[in-house]
Design a protein around this ligand. Structure first.
Ligand code: NAD
Length: 315
């Protein structure tokens, strides 16, 4: 148990990125002093961490070896959200500092965005909206498809894939799954069936990607696999940009190998202005907003705050 000072404070947490107020309340309620500085640079961080027990970041700022070495009391580095790319994990491990995150906090939000992208492509909602603003009544160009009875192929049946499966079941869609680590129980729960990647690509009307970015998933969707898909298929990527070969996708969308795509992530972020994708009417683009909901942000903050309290109170 961490010792209490005269004011009843048992430790200090540096919050170096915007975190939901509920998370800050939770820390204070548990006896932690909260020091809030939004996105300090490395030099500022080095000064700020000198007497802190924990630090909370998001995808920024970077917690480098230099920062870690400047923090003799540091016991926890918390990333509110998923990736840990901005934390020097090796330097943390060498010092026995625990690194925690909140990988499940945004799963439902990402899944709901994916469903939104599917509907937007299937019913040409974004396209219709653009035309309306141009004063064009594009009724004839807006013939869509229903989702009920169609097949959705979920590639990567983890936290987000499972949430999509639940919604797809409620929409009366057939669900095909591909994952090297199949969770049969969850598949049964959502009425899904595991298939080979090739069969999933050939049979699905909607294909959605929910794999991590690994060597084995880099350009998982390439020219060859795009050609396996139905020419009526819709591809969604809200995982990581490099999972799809963008050049091949642009070709597929232009030449009608598939019907459309919905993208939240890109090989280059922010997506460069005038990128070929922005010229295509059959693609819906969002700026990596899968986790951008009030609920996901609140959960991300509260979950890491809970982990910090648990670790620091155990001492
Ligand atoms: P998860 O770890 O819960 O699930 C990933 C699944 O992919 C696992 O079941 C794993 O077995 C499977 N997998 C691994 N390699 C595979 C392969 N080659 N083929 C098929 N399946 C494979 O992860 P998650 O929380 O569901 O997140 C999935 C993806 O979503 C990640 O890339 C993550 O970075 C991304 N994500 C995006 C946003 C956003 O804002 N758009 C937000 C959060 C997460």
């Amino acid at each position: 148990m961490t010792a209490e000072n005269a004011d009843g404070i048992i430790g200090k947490v540096l919050v170096a990125a915007p975190i939901h107020e509920k998370a800050l309340e939770l820390l204070r309620k548990n006896g932690f002093e909260v020091l809030y500085r939004e996105y300090p640079d490395e030099d500022q961080l080095v000064e700020l961490v000198r007497d802190v027990d924990a630090i909370i970041v998001r995808s920024k700022p970077k917690v480098t070896r230099r920062v870690i070495e400047a923090a003799p009391k540091l016991k926890v580095i918390a990333r509110a959200g998923v990736g840990l790319d901005n934390v020097d994990l090796k330097a943390a491990e060498e010092r026995g500092i625990k690194v925690v995150n909140s990988p499940a906090a945004s799963s439902r939000s990402v899944a709901e965005l994916v469903i939104g992208l599917i509907f937007s492509v299937a019913r040409k909602i974004a396209f219709a909206d653009r035309k309306m603003r141009e004063g064009v009544w594009a009724k004839k160009q807006c013939m869509g498809i229903e989702l009920e009875g169609k097949t959705i192929g979920i590639i990567g049946f983890g936290r987000i894939g499972y949430q999509i499966g639940k919604i797809a079941k409620a929409l009366n869609m057939n669900v095909l799954l591909y994952d090297p680590h199949p969770n049969e129980e969850r598949a049964k729960e959502i009425g899904g069936r595991f298939a080979s990647l090739e069969d999933l690509l050939k049979e699905s009307d909607v294909i959605t990607l929910h794999v991590p970015l690994l060597d084995s998933t880099y350009h998982l969707i390439n020219e060859e696999r795009l050609k396996l898909m139905k020419d009526t298929a819709i591809l969604i990527n809200a995982s990581r940009g490099p999972v799809v070969d963008t050049e091949a996708l642009v070709k597929a969308l232009k030449e009608g190998w598939i019907a459309g795509a919905g993208l939240d992530v890109y090989e280059e972020e922010p997506l460069p202005k005038d990128h070929p994708l922005t010229k295509l009417d059959n693609v819906v683009l969002t700026p990596h907003i899968g986790a951008s909901t009030v609920e996901a942000q609140m959960r991300a903050g509260v979950q890491v705050a809970e982990k910090i309290v648990e670790i620091l109170k155990k001492g």
